[in-house]
Ligand binder design. Structure first.
Ligand code: PLP
Length: 492
């Protein structure tokens, strides 16, 4: 493809993307294809002779679009939606047009410098302490691919720090602390690094939040047994229910355990710190005071296209001491002089994508005010959903709504449904399995299920940038109708 052919194909691609967005509402959220559909449609090997690009572009429409789950669809309420924006798309296009792996300052100064500035912009937007700013020269932030990578990096850095402080401690006695509600990133970090993971119990009564006393007891018990907990992966906004670990209480405990690194995974909820009214609930002061590292994903609820996970550390040396490997071919005058950040030493790989460009485009285009408006709007939409569920005769909220997430279930408490006696927990679970099977058989809406304290529940997560009140009300109506049909199916 030459430059003029690219121009033509590029215009066509943008036209087609616009058409996609104009018609998105009319599409199903969920694809109807069956497993293996694509293998059956594509040749078994790459073509020997190059093909005309128009045919390739048309095949994207023909084969790929039908196999997509439309995460940007306004009726997408599953997992945590990824609020993606045109600004982010354009940034990704520009970034890939000059493709460079920006691993150190010299290999593309703009990439490093923009990332350093954007991480400071983002830190200020969220109210993080100046200690986390790149301008502090001590702490700093970098953009990672995912929250899982960010947590893994935190664990690697924490282990390295711990082992430097305690060289005689063997790896087999090291323990990563998580809770029963931590995202699978905790177990994965343990798996990758060959480290034990202990999931601390959190309770329904405590709204699945890790309390200081639970942590203290675990630390005391493990100390007696000669185990060495060296990092706690605390969560602000868990995946299942949006629970918020009590970072203030955690901080009060870890003051007595200075070797315990506190990583705060706020992959989803962290961007809500942009709104001052949520800072107390999300324990911002305690994060600022006690966290060694903090992560949130702008690619979840932060209007920025995947991937855009932001990770801050209180001391960048924690990262570079653990991750700096510098063969001669990676040395540069600026790196040797220590006058620049070499981001290759702040993450796992060598090469890195130019992610900060999309954060720059998004933050400038929306402004802090527009960003906060979007967060507040989605929380408000979730509150509308939650109040509809609260008033429902068939559905019940399982926990208080957390920001833009509600967890609910089918619960036939109404006499109008002839439910005279209380249902056993197992029966309610069976009923909700039927209910969720019905919901997930639909193509026009997508939600995910979870289990809280043994109870099968359903999550409703608002965040797709195009979701409006009309979609919330439609979703509620559909979920109520499916609830009644599930009850009928169950009573048959
Ligand atoms: N942490 C939390 C609380 C999450 O909810 C999720 C995903 O939903 C993750 C981490 C994983 O994020 P990533 O895909 O960026 O690793």
């Amino acid at each position: 493809m030459d430059i003029e052919q690219f121009r033509k194909a590029g215009y066509q691609a943008i036209d087609r993307i616009c058409d996609y967005y104009y018609t998105l509402q009319d599409k199903s959220v969920v694809s109807s294809v069956k497993p293996g559909y694509l293998r059956d449609s594509l040749p078994v090997e790459a073509p020997e002779a190059g093909e005309d690009f128009q045919k390739i572009a048309d095949d994207y429409q023909k084969f790929i679009i039908p196999g997509l789950t439309h995460w940007q669809h306004p009726s997408f309420f599953a997992f945590f939606p990824t609020g993606c924006t045109f600004e982010g798309m354009l940034a990704d296009l520009y970034a890939s047009s000059t493709m460079n792996p920006g691993f150190n300052w010299a290999c593309s100064p703009a990439c490093t410098e923009l990332e350093a500035v954007m991480m400071d912009w983002a830190a200020k937007l969220l109210g993080l302490s100046p200690e986390f700013l790149n301008t502090s020269g001590i702490g700093g932030g970098s953009m990672q691919s995912t929250a899982s990578d960010s947590a893994l990096i935190a664990v690697v850095a924490a282990r390295s720090l711990y082992q430097r402080r305690h060289p005689s401690v063997t790896q087999s006695s090291l323990v990563i602390y998580t809770t029963t509600q931590t995202h699978s990133l905790g177990l994965k970090a343990g798996l990758i690094l060959g480290l034990s993971v202990r999931a601390l119990e959190v309770t329904w009564e405590d709204k699945f939040s890790l309390r200081g006393e639970t942590l203290r007891k675990a630390l005391e018990g493990d100390e007696r047994e000669g185990k060495k907990p060296f990092i706690l992966l605390a969560t602000v906004g868990t995946t299942s229910s949006g629970a918020i670990d009590n970072v203030s209480e955690i901080g009060a405990v870890t003051k007595d355990y200075p070797d315990l690194w506190v990583h705060v995974d706020a992959a989803w909820a962290g961007v809500a710190l942009s709104c001052p009214e949520y800072r107390e609930t999300l324990h911002l002061n305690a994060i600022n005071e006690h966290a060694h590292s903090f992560c949130t994903n702008f690619h979840k609820w932060g209007l920025t296209n995947f991937d855009a996970s932001t990770l801050w550390v209180r001391d960048r040396k924690y990262l570079t001491d653990a991750l700096d490997v510098t063969p001669p071919f990676l040395r540069s005058a600026e790196g040797d002089a220590g006058t620049v950040i070499d981001y290759r030493n702040w993450h796992l790989a060598l090469g890195r994508r130019f992610r900060s460009l999309k954060l720059w485009f998004v933050l400038r285009s929306f402004g802090a005010e527009g960003f906060r408006d979007y967060i507040r709007r989605t929380i408000n939409l979730n509150n509308i959903f939650a109040s509809l569920v609260s008033a429902s005769s068939v559905l019940s909220l399982m926990t208080a709504p957390s920001l833009a997430l509600s967890v609910f279930r089918l619960d036939p408490k109404s006499a109008s449904l002839n439910s005279t006696k209380a249902l056993s927990p197992e029966t309610l679970n069976d009923l909700n399995r039927i209910y969720y099977a019905r919901i997930s058989a639909r193509k026009d809406i997508l939600l995910t299920q979870t289990v809280l304290n043994g109870a099968v529940c359903i999550r409703f997560a608002v965040g797709a940038a195009r979701t409006e009140e009309v979609h919330i009300r439609k979703a509620y109506q559909l979920l109520s109708e499916e609830g009644k049909l599930a009850l009928e199916e169950w009573t048959k």
